[in-house]
Design a protein around this ligand. Structure first.
Ligand code: F6R
Length: 244
């Protein structure tokens, strides 16, 4: 595991975008595992900027997103499909057919999960998986639990996650109660993982994830067992690690 300290959110975003750019330059047809939420927004903005300057080419890049709310269609402005269009896909030359997100409108959860695992296997697996972390240590929507869910599956979102995500909706009642997410196994099968963490409010959970025991009650702690993890975190997020 390598930890890179960034000064602040913008510096974290630039460093992360540099790592993703390097991946695209070294393997133009790479498979990127992508995340939504507020953490990667600055990273996507930087990638769009470099694309517009002619420094990046997404024409062969393939993507597979971590998760999607169950019940939200692509045109719902709170869906992760919509998020990805707004923050990255519509601004770069990625091909729509090369982008993949779990199908939130599939009501058969088993089918949705199996289809998505088949898509990821068909792509040859993920080269670089981008992750954020929830305040409870979730990665994707893998919430604290007694076990590590292996593959893509449907989850009941925890109250704390619904509470954290209500900022994106008009009211808390509109936040979906379920989501499809890559499993911990799906995430751990990525060849490289890039975890981004920003802000003092993530300092405790980052410390617990990296320095505490590996336990499904802190899902991100599993990353300690992955052979190729890069963490880019800002000073505030690293403040409990005693390394600054
Ligand atoms: C998003 C995802 C989540 C977020 C996490 C952090 O696709 O899978 O695990 O990465 O909830 O969210 P933010 O970045 O909004 O703090």
């Amino acid at each position: 595991m390598k930890i890179y300290q960034a000064k602040d959110y913008n510096d974290m975003s630039r460093k992360a975008a540099n790592i993703i750019s390097a991946q695209i330059i070294m393997k133009p047809d790479c498979v990127l595992g992508l995340a939504t939420g507020s953490t990667p927004v600055g990273t996507y903005k930087q990638l769009v900027d470099w694309y517009q300057k002619g420094d990046l080419d997404f024409s062969k890049v393939k993507t597979a997103n971590l998760d999607e709310y169950k019940g939200l269609s692509k045109d719902n402005s709170q869906s992760y499909y919509y998020f990805m269009q707004e923050h990255l896909f519509k601004h770069v030359n990625i091909k729509e057919k090369n982008t993949h997100i779990p199908d939130g409108t599939e009501t058969d959860a088993e089918k949705a999960a199996e289809d998505y695992e088949a898509i990821i296997s068909g792509l040859g697996g993920v080269d670089l998986q981008l992750l954020g972390i929830g305040h409870n240590g979730h990665i994707g929507f893998n919430e604290p639990s007694d076990i590590y869910p292996k593959d893509t599956h449907v989850v009941d979102l925890q109250e704390s996650t619904i509470e954290a995500n209500k900022r994106f909706f008009d009211s808390i009642d509109e936040v979906p109660r379920q989501a499809y997410t890559m499993g911990i196994g799906t995430i751990m099968r990525a060849r490289k993982i890039l975890l981004l963490v920003s802000g003092a409010e993530k300092a405790d959970i980052l410390y617990e994830s990296i320095c505490g025991p590996v336990t499904p009650s802190v899902p991100a702690s599993i990353l300690q067992l992955h052979p190729d993890v890069i963490i880019v975190a800002d000073e505030a997020a690293l403040s409990k690690m005693g390394i600054s």
